[in-house]
Ligand binder design. Structure first.
Ligand code: MG
Length: 349
């Protein structure tokens, strides 16, 4: 590729061709990038699922922290995660970019490579989008489309009193990664972290930061839960389990009780926070951007779920119980209530 050009000499159509050059043809795409609209053929009998997300510079990401390749991956990953949360198959994506004039072309190239690598990992094809210039930072907008049989789609509204609350993977890693980036080498206030320079600490910190910058959407696990019929409701954890299970509770007309000691924490999270006087529970409860799945299921399905998730290479943990009483409570091992500090990330606060 010719790298001597910049955005203004390349122009909008040059940029679109540059992005489109990396897109391969795929099943289900009748007409891709280049016409007035894309034409896709979805699988007969399936329903179409659509979701859209915006990522704004200095609101959702900082260019100083986020290398363009991982930013490209993440911008698609967070959208794929919403399709995974419905137990559906991600298929097509639209990408719109508002680009500051001084953004180097290399940045766009690396961003596109990252975006397309995430797309390839999940069988997603980029079928169109829009580009324009921005006077206030880089703006990314991704629309994702997926499909699934109507009876298999998992919604937030199916939880029943007595169901267990489950989560995949580990919680709080991305939020701790954000704290590490936010405070650089200094200690975040109220959180004494193990030093990064000794006992392999640098690797733990890198793991936590990479959970923030390069999240892996749980597509296979979401599909397996949908196809097995084992789960009654599902959501992806983007704003912390407290807020996101709260959405399930609200939409299902139920409540829930989450057991603090059962929240799954990574070895890296535990090692990094072991010096902390007061354990930072707010991170696994209300820290954002885990992109794990939270789902509910009858306690009768417990063994089958563990087996099913194991086949997907994912650890799943029961962390609480759905109650008929509205509201979400968090309890310590002795049954005493945990005082909640906040309920997850809220853009308008
Ligand atoms: Mg979501």
């Amino acid at each position: 590729m010719d790298n001597s050009q910049n955005l203004s000499t390349l122009g909008e159509f040059g940029l679109i061709s540059r992005i489109a050059a990396g897109v391969s043809t795929a099943d289900g795409v009748v007409t891709g990038i280049g016409d007035d609209a894309a034409v896709t053929a979805f699988t007969p009998g399936m329903q179409l699922l659509t979701s859209t997300d915006m990522l704004l510079e200095d609101v959702h990401f900082r260019r100083a922290w986020h290398d363009p390749y991982r930013l490209g991956r993440k911008s698609l990953a967070v959208s794929i995660s919403d399709i995974a949360a419905m137990g559906a198959i991600p298929r097509w994506a639209l990408l719109s970019l508002a680009i500051p004039g001084d953004l180097p072309l290399d940045f766009i190239d690396d961003f596109t490579k990252g975006f397309l690598s995430m797309a390839a990992e999940h069988g997603v094809t980029l079928i169109g989008g829009d580009t324009c210039s921005s006077r206030a930072g880089l703006v990314l907008s991704v629309t994702i489309m997926g499909e699934q049989l109507p009876d298999l789609i998992l919604r937030r509204s199916g939880a029943q009193s007595g169901d267990e609350i489950w989560v995949t993977g580990t919680l709080g890693d991305a939020a701790l990664g954000l704290k590490l980036l936010d405070f650089g080498s200094a200690q975040p206030p109220g959180l004494a972290l193990a030093p990064s320079c000794s006992l392999g600490g640098a690797e733990w910190h890198e793991h936590l930061i990479s959970r923030l910058l390069d999240p892996a959407p749980r597509v296979i696990a979401g599909l397996a839960l949908a196809e097995s019929g084992l789960a009654s409701s599902m959501i992806d954890i983007s704003d912390g389990i407290l807020a996101d299970f709260g959405h399930i509770a609200e939409q299902s007309g139920v409540g829930g009780c989450i057991r603090l000691q059962d929240l799954p924490l990574s070895a890296e999270f535990l090692r990094s926070t072991e010096m902390s006087d007061e354990f930072p529970y707010q991170l696994p409860l209300s820290g954002g951007e885990d992109y794990e799945l939270c789902f509910t299921a009858s306690p009768l399905n417990r063994e089958k779920i563990i087996e099913c998730m194991k086949k997907c290479g994912v650890e799943a943990t029961p962390v609480g119980i759905v109650t008929s009483l509205p509201g979400v409570a968090v309890i310590h091992a002795d049954g005493s209530p945990h005082a909640l500090q906040n309920k997850g990330f809220n853009h308008f606060k």
